[in-house]
Write a new protein. Structure first.
Ligand code: SF4
Length: 366
């Protein structure tokens, strides 16, 4: 698999004095190219800022939280595990642009605390639980320097009842390919049509690079996931997304796909107040958006329903009726109208967990 050269997407590093002696910080600093300046930060120094700066620090709070989801939506039981915060990519629609526009790429060095917290939580969980690291950071974009993937795969391999999802818009799967896949690990990609990626996901891998990485992970024995999120329903969207679905199943066997999520463009009204002037003239962001139950602006119900139906049908036609397709941040009524199924909340978790394990090959042969 060809990958882009390893140019770090950051140009300076600040390390808190109390985090510097921790093993993660030492490993991270040892992997940096000599051209990146590193500064030891004392408690009274100004807070690091900007997405070109890496800040190595301690997480004083919780690493593990339930996915915040949205009021009134069918929750899928996802848990968010956060060894890092902030993303090097500059996607137009990312909620981090609103909530943390100037936060540095933050890496938490006290990973031993994260491990203990996860192990304690896992002891209480019943059934199969999904945990992902891609909500507040990209799971793999910084992996050549953080080594997070290797650490997470080792950690979750010891927790067989817990599904790990590494979600990314990068093609940085080297660490995954370098190791036998644990049966409970899923590598997942957010996808959009190539033109949308070029216009609105700067710095990320192209669709072809993402699918090539997904194919390599699937060949290595991983199950893979895909997230069509946000789906932007501009003129020509049907053909554009059908093209993505066709390319996806050319790259990856349907039997290797653990799940596919669908979510249309949505954002809080404050997003437009903050970013509106910079998005002027972009029809995708100023079309007919209406506030939903949760206050977020979304496409009007009939358009959302049509998007979900068209995409779910195309996915099942290409990927087979067993493909696990779910909606992100949508109401039970929308699930019923678009997918023909109004799940109880606890049903979604079991449905997706079954997708992650169904037909999982024995990776022992690799
Ligand atoms: S549906 Fe989406 S937002 Fe809601 S819990 Fe699941 S992943 Fe989180």
């Amino acid at each position: 698999m060809r990958a882009r050269p390893f140019a770090p997407p950051f140009d300076r590093v600040e390390v808190d004095a109390d985090a510097a002696p921790l093993p993660f910080a030492e490993r991270f600093l040892a992997r940096l190219p000599g051209s990146i300046p590193v500064r030891l930060r004392q408690p009274r120094d100004p807070a690091p800022a900007g997405r070109r700066t890496v800040h190595v620090t301690r997480e004083p709070g919780a690493f593990l939280k339930p996915c915040p989801c949205s009021p009134g939506a069918v929750r899928c039981g996802y848990r968010v595990f956060t060894p890092a915060f902030q993303c090097p990519f500059g996607c137009t629609y990312c909620f981090l642009r609103l909530y943390a526009p100037d936060a540095p790429l933050t890496l938490y060095a006290n990973l031993e605390d994260a491990e203990a917290e996860l192990a304690a939580a896992a002891r209480k969980w019943e059934g199969s639980v999904r945990v992902g690291t891609g909500q507040f950071a990209d799971s793999l974009a910084l992996d050549p320097w953080t080594g997070h993937a290797r650490w997470l795969l080792d950690l979750f391999e010891r927790l067989p009842g817990v599904q790990l999802e590494l979600k990314t818009k990068s093609a940085r799967v080297e660490a995954l390919l370098d190791r036998r896949p644990p049966p409970n690990a899923v590598a997942a990609w957010s996808v959009n049509p190539p033109e949308r990626i070029a216009s609105d996901e700067p710095g990320s891998a192209t669709l072809a690079e993402r699918l090539e990485a997904a194919a390599a992970a699937a060949r290595a024995g991983y199950r893979v996931g895909f997230h069509f999120d946000p789906v932007v329903a501009e003129e020509g969207w049907e053909a554009a997304y059908r093209g993505v679905i066709g390319a996806l199943f050319e790259a990856v066997e349907p039997s290797r796909v653990a799940w596919v999520s669908l979510g249309t463009l949505r954002f809080p009204p404050r997003f437009l107040e903050e970013w509106g002037p910079r998005l002027r003239g972009r029809r995708a962001f100023f079309g007919e958006l209406v506030p939903g139950e949760d206050g977020k602006l979304r496409y009007f119900w009939p358009l959302r329903k049509r998007v979900y139906r068209v995409l779910a049908e195309a996915l099942r036609r290409e990927g087979g009726p067993e493909l696990r397709v779910y909606l992100c941040m949508e109401s039970p009524a929308m699930w019923g109208a678009a997918l023909g199924w109004r799940p109880r909340e606890d049903e979604v978790e079991g449905y997706l967990a079954a997708g992650a394990s169904a037909g999982a090959p024995d990776p022992g042969g690799r």
